[in-house]
Design a protein around this ligand. Structure first.
Ligand SMILES: [Fe+2]
Ligand SMILES: [Fe+2]
Length: 202
């Protein structure tokens, strides 16, 4: 199975400007997580025969956490400057802003961050109703990429290989919600309900 993954070297070579940028913002372990998310997202795309999404997924995977390690006060300050809505939950937990903030920073730093990539990065921690396929794959890859240490990541990858995307997505959302230390955001619940109600294959 490992052989199907796009190699780290290939990502670093073909997507060098993105890799260089995240290295300015993130610790080595978060850079590795971002590369691994990009690699696993492209694996998912190949498996479900959506190779056309690979390029966007690798870019989204590389950039999704670009603001993840900013200090909380900086997250609040930058979000304010960029006009990102800050609710009560975000005020108490500025880390919740890292998705929206990463999407904005990605857009400002690179041409070619289209709506699909922007949406995927913006909502990658909660998901949302009517989430696009790029976002859905990023959400799964972020939760279950092979460098994740918790056992649920391994289980999610097994489910994906044996039972497909929809079951994996449901598993990832349910696990993610049950692991949450803080209260569940309404968008995350709306995402779960939307997937549950959706009968068609995702
Ligand atoms: Fe994140
Ligand atoms: Fe992440």
């Amino acid at each position: 199975m490992k052989m199907d993954y796009i190699e780290t070297e290939e990502i670093l070579y073909c997507y060098a400007p993105y890799a260089k940028e995240i290295a300015k913002w993130l610790s080595p372990s978060k850079v590795r997580h971002s590369i691994s998310t990009a690699s696993y997202a492209s694996y998912i795309a190949r498996k479900i025969e959506k190779q056309s999404l690979e390029n966007k997924l690798i870019i989204a995977g590389l950039l999704h956490d670009i603001c993840r390690e900013l200090p909380p006060y900086e997250m609040l300050k930058k979000s304010q400057e960029l006009g990102i809505p800050i609710g009560e939950s975000e005020k108490h937990n500025p880390i919740l802003l890292h998705g929206p903030l990463s999407a904005e920073i990605a857009k400002r730093n690179f041409d070619g961050i289209d709506e699909d990539i922007y949406e995927a990065i913006y909502w990658h921690t909660t998901g949302k109703e009517n989430f696009g396929l790029i976002g859905i794959i990023l959400y799964i890859a972020d939760f279950s990429e092979p460098l994740r240490k918790y056992s649920q990541a391994h289980i999610a990858r097994e489910i994906f290989d044996n039972e497909g995307l929809r079951k994996t997505l449901l598993y990832c959302i349910e696990q993610r919600l049950s692991l949450k230390k803080h209260s569940v955001l309404p968008q995350a619940l709306a995402f779960l309900n939307w997937v549950r109600e959706k009968n068609t294959d995702i």
